[in-house]
Design a protein around this ligand. Structure first.
Ligand code: PBG
Length: 324
């Protein structure tokens, strides 16, 4: 009891640092990388100041830059030149992501290359797979879309991806991709499932970055209701049972309770600090309302505390300069 016990002793300078329960290190960070098949030079993204879309030719150099800053893993998103109803440019051998993966693999051989597996950047309607009529009107069709995800994942794996990351929230997507990878003799490729992904307003800036806004409806029939924690855990449980190697919670900062819950499943967990979370901090910092470095390090540390093993963040590049 006080006065013998004084918790403030734990927070003396020097003591506080050695007693820190959680730390973020560069190896925890995954840097997203947008590759634009039509770009001839890096193009700034209006809704995400500081982020760029890179031409295929520049991706290896960008990956090398990140590697030299201590980033060990990147997550690729492609913006194709052509879109159609099935998103067929997503699985061609010379598709935008496939080309980028091969270049990065050649030039930065040790980089852990993750690829986003989804069709929304590649379909003309902007939904994440095949759409058709359902009893609730036009919507994403689950089982026909699984075949699309299998093809995309296998083509990424053949190009040299280490980790495929399906982000479409289809039922059965992990199992079907696992079987397709194994049938293609890619049993060593990991699946990092966007296993608990909410239908969030905070993806807004990304949809400009990746040109993946949808022509009708929304994503609420496949992404989770932000109000639901039990269902959120079940989604990750299912993916764990289907063979996911790494689970994910997305967005990150408003879903720390969910992250802590998913962590109890025993698999490695990634947290995705999404475009809107990035934009919020960026915009406030640009106005001088927030100290950017302090705010970013606080958010990343809190994600570790809640259970994240890996963090996908648009701040990866800058944060790498601030942490060990
Ligand atoms: C593709 C995908 C999205 C994001 C990652 N993968 C968009 C969406 O689901 O609408 C969002 C990432 C971000 O906001 O940073 N399905």
């Amino acid at each position: 009891m006080f006065p013998e016990r004084r918790l403030r002793r734990l927070r003396r300078k020097g003591i506080c640092e050695i007693l820190s329960e959680n730390t973020v290190s560069r190896k925890d960070l995954i840097a997203p990388l947008f590759v634009d098949e039509r770009a001839e030079e890096p193009v700034g993204i209006g809704s995400m100041p500081g982020q760029m879309r890179y031409p295929i030719d520049d991706t290896a150099e960008r990956a090398r830059e990140l590697w030299e800053k201590g980033i060990r893993s990147i997550l690729l998103f492609g913006i194709p030149a052509e879109k159609d109803a099935e998103g067929s440019s997503a699985w061609t051998e010379d598709g935008v992501v496939q080309q980028a993966v091969r270049r990065i693999r050649r030039n930065v051989p040790e980089m852990v290359i993750c690829t986003d597996v989804c069709a929304c950047e590649y379909t003309d309607h902007g939904h994440c797979g095949i759409v058709g009529d359902t009893h609730c009107g036009p919507d994403l069709l689950n089982d026909p879309s699984l075949a699309v995800m299998e093809r995309i994942a296998v083509s990424h794996a053949r190009a040299g991806a280490d980790i495929v990351a399906p982000s479409c929230m289809l039922d059965g997507m992990v199992l079907s991709i696992r079987r397709a990878l194994d049938a293609a003799a890619r049993e060593d490729v990991l699946i990092m499932s966007y296993s608990t992904k909410f239908a969030s307003a905070f993806y807004g800036p990304f949809r400009e970055a990746a040109e993946s806004g949808y022509a009708f409806g929304d994503r609420r029939s496949y992404q989770l209701n932000p109000a639901n924690a039990n269902e959120a855990l079940r989604e990750s449980e299912e993916d764990a049972m289907e063979g996911a190697d790494i689970l994910m919670v997305k967005p990150a900062g408003f879903y720390l309770d969910v992250l802590a819950g998913v962590k109890t499943l025993g698999l490695p967990v990634a947290a995705y600090q999404v475009s809107g979370e990035y934009a919020m901090i960026r915009a406030a910092a640009e106005r001088g309302w927030l100290d950017e470095k302090a705010a970013v390090l606080e958010t990343l540390t809190c994600l570790k505390r809640a259970g994240a093993d890996l963090i996908v963040t648009y701040f990866a590049d800058e944060a790498a300069g601030w942490i060990p």
